[in-house]
Design a protein around this ligand. Structure first.
Ligand SMILES: Cc1ncc(COP(=O)(O)O)c(C=O)c1O
Length: 383
């Protein structure tokens, strides 16, 4: 199977050279827009491209307001603060996750609490979340949700659309409403993914995107906070731009803010990339289908989008038999110049988070022992 898989991927990408997991494609107006910004001299955090990029992302996602940031980690950090997360609070998130969300919770001096995913969707399980909350949490007289074991306040839930697959956000939303906790969605990997025809992030009070070089579109480095709430949006803009009060020359700030605004230069790159996104998605969905068809012929399981959702198939996920097969395949493919990767080490197994409060995480560990991400860059020649 190993040899056949490498052959299949080489045929797909039509090359005998190194094949990366996900490389950016600059086939549109990137250079033109970047030169325009350089000529304008507005290369930093003030400039038309940032505002336009925010408007275009808002149009594309259908989420009313967008605030561009230096990366997604800062966007998550700010979103948590905007949701009212404070020192000693708890925030539920996935252990099956890139480390940014848990770290952002820690930057607020709050504690990440880990809940399990479902094997089929790779996203937070509403049933497991509900059982975990019912067993360990209660609404007290102050109307807030409290952990009966740690005696800490649970303020928010931060699910993530793993590898582009939309989480069951309606299921999660109902539970979060029942337990009076705010829903913030990490959509870093899911620009262009939809749940019941609504873009990921639409149902949450705040959601975030990443434009890191490995994402479906890139600004070099960059992120975005999305919300349908005007008040939250105004606060996000204010806090991400050092909380400076508008004035023609005075420097006054009304609270401790952050220097998180995306530079104009990065936004220019994003504008050109966004013009290509529909082509990227068509190609990535086509590649996913080809992997799945090959999987059926070879008796191998690939993760597919759930009914009622549409994934951007950011990274394709092959499930191996067990950890031994996973490691052997990683060794074989990487030695043969085809880049593959396992999923992130579950966060509850990392030293700094091993003592955190958590649910049973058996599917997180099960998936981690088996999952391999395969090369998934779009191939525009396929169109
Ligand atoms: C799920 C998830 N959240 C957050 C991030 C952080 O994004 P950034 O690198 O833009 O800070 C990433 C990856 O980069 C991610 O995959």
């Amino acid at each position: 199977m190993f040899e056949d898989l490498v052959k299949f991927i080489r045929d797909l990408y039509q090359t005998n050279s190194f094949i990366p997991l996900h490389e950016p494609q600059f086939l549109g107006k990137e250079k033109e827009y970047l030169l325009d910004v350089i000529d304008s001299t507005f290369v930093s955090s003030v400039g038309k491209s940032v505002d336009t990029f925010e408007d275009r992302i808002s149009n594309f996602t259908g989420i009313k307001y967008a605030t561009a940031t230096v990366n997604c980690t800062s966007a998550i950090h700010l979103s948590l603060l905007l949701a009212g997360v404070k020192e000693e609070d708890e925030v539920i998130t996935q252990s099956f996750n890139f480390i940014a969300g848990a770290n952002a919770i820690s930057y607020c001096r709050a504690d990440p609490v880990f809940v399990d995913i479902d094997r089929d969707s790779l996203t937070m399980s509403p049933i497991k979340l509900e059982n975990f909350l019912k067993t360990n949490y209660e609404i007290r007289e102050d109307g807030r949700c409290w952990n009966r074991v740690t005696n800490k306040r649970l303020v928010a839930c931060l699910p993530m659309n793993s590898y582009g697959f939309p989480t069951d956000i309606n299921g999660l939303k109902k539970i979060c409403d029942d337990f009076h906790i705010k829903l913030i969605e990490d959509s870093a990997e899911s620009l262009g993914s939809f749940c019941k025809s609504r873009h990921t992030g639409s149902e949450s009070i705040l959601s975030t995107l990443s434009f890191n070089g490995n994402k479906i579109i890139t600004t070099g480095g960059g992120g975005m906070i999305l919300t349908n709430d005007k008040n939250l949006h105004n606060k996000a803009k204010h806090l991400s731009t050092t909380a400076k009060l508008p004035h023609r020359w005075e420097f006054n700030h009304d609270e401790i803010g952050f220097n998180f605004r995306m530079p104009n230069l990065n936004a220019a790159l994003g504008l050109a990339q966004l013009e290509m996104i529909e082509d990227f998605i068509i190609s990535k969905r086509d590649i996913a289908l080809k992997y799945q068809e090959w999987g059926i012929k070879n008796n191998l399981v690939f993760i597919k989008e759930q009914e009622g959702s549409k994934s951007n198939y950011w990274l394709n996920c092959l499930m191996t038999e067990d950890r031994h097969e996973r490691d052997s395949l990683l060794e074989y493919t990487n030695s043969n110049n085809v880049m593959t990767r396992p999923s992130w080490t579950p966060l509850h197994l990392l030293g700094m988070y091993e003592k955190n409060f958590k649910s049973d995480l058996k599917d997180t560990v099960w998936v981690h022992e088996r999952l391999i991400n395969l090369p998934s860059s779009p191939i525009l020649e396929l169109l």
